[in-house]
Design a binder for this molecule. Structure first.
Ligand SMILES: [Zn+2]
Length: 327
């Protein structure tokens, strides 16, 4: 099997490989571990391997079944998320699976159900699930994703193979995030240490860091727009020249803050951009100029999507913003 995308956890990989090679894949697997340890990634790899048309290096990633599975449109793979704030399994969900599992798979040898469970699944849906996995339809494979198998009935646990996913070692996690995200070695190590090697948490931290940076740049640009001379605006926008993702996020934020500024002018109270002070700063602009600002942000968002040269886009954006601000 090819576990590309699912890192570490050699024992788990060996167990899945054994089950796969034996030709009799277990009807029920419980993938337990903290969020961020790769539970859904592994469930996806298993599901794709089971529908792949090439047995020897499944999932091959290139056969029609793999391509459809990757796109989330394979008819024999279903992903069900628990409902409500706790994301817990409900009786209705189990009923739905029960009915669906009676039919033969459309294309593959298996019908795969990935069930993402919350931490507090009630007993009624669990009992119903138990009935289903006690006498599973021949081709069904249930992959139960949860934080801990201890939250499930012992009778469910005893009918399933339980796989425990662990975070990576900090060294390995740091190397991976450094290679994937192109961040400095020291920062990668610090991040791995902070998150205990949990890749999902590391990516989440990076994401929220990027969001914070985008917000800071957008706010600095608006402050730069409202002072005379273009230097402050250009300086604030400089990081966008080298970072397309950041540029896109900043334009999205600017668009929201500009719309907030328009809303404020016409007595609106609900602001969505998260920067009310900057939206307020733009309130002095003449009406026509104020109204043109959201369009400016949108124009450059589209330019960026069409792969425009970022250095040129930043220069033109700053010129347009200054013109709109009358500075
Ligand atoms: Zn394939």
């Amino acid at each position: 099997m090819d576990f590309a995308g699912f890192l570490g956890n050699p024992g788990v990989k060996a167990a899945v490989q054994d089950a796969f090679s034996s030709g009799r894949f277990p009807h029920t697997l419980i993938l337990q571990g903290d969020p961020g340890t790769g539970r859904r990634t592994l469930a996806g790899v298993i599901a794709r391997a089971l529908v792949c048309q090439k047995r020897d290096k499944a999932p091959c990633g290139i056969c029609p079944a793999c391509i459809r599975a990757q796109a989330g449109s394979h008819p024999d793979i279903r992903v069900l998320e628990g409902k409500g704030p706790g994301g817990n399994l409900t009786v209705d969900m189990v009923k739905e699976i029960q009915e669906d599992a009676q039919r033969m798979p459309d294309e593959a040898d298996y019908s795969i159900y990935i069930l993402c469970l919350g931490d507090h699944t009630l007993e009624a849906p669990q009992n119903k699930l138990l009935k289903l996995i006690e006498e599973p339809p021949g081709s069904a494979v249930f992959l139960l994703v949860c934080r801990s198998a201890q939250t499930l009935l012992p009778t469910i646990r005893s009918r399933a193979q339980v796989l425990t996913l662990l975070p990576l070692g900090e060294e390995e996690a740091a190397r991976w995030v450094q290679a994937q995200k192109g961040i400095e070695e020291a920062a990668a190590r610090q991040l791995a240490l902070l998150c205990g090697g949990n890749l999902g948490r590391m990516l989440g931290e990076l994401e929220s860091g990027a969001q914070r940076q985008a917000m800071e740049v957008a706010r600095a640009m608006i402050r730069g727009m409202t002072v005379r001379g273009g230097h402050q605006l250009l300086r604030a926008a400089a990081p966008l020249q080298k970072d397309r993702a950041l540029f896109g996020e900043v334009l999205r934020r600017l668009g929201m803050i500009f719309r907030d500024a328009c809303a404020l002018r016409w007595g609106g109270k609900t602001l969505l951009g998260g920067a009310p002070e900057e939206a307020d700063l733009l309130g002095d602009l003449p009406q026509r100029q104020l109204l043109s600002l959201p369009e400016v942000a949108e124009k450059y968002r589209q330019g960026l999507e069409r792969n425009g040269n970022t250095t040129l886009l930043v220069a033109c954006l700053c010129a347009d913003l200054r013109a709109a601000a009358g500075r």
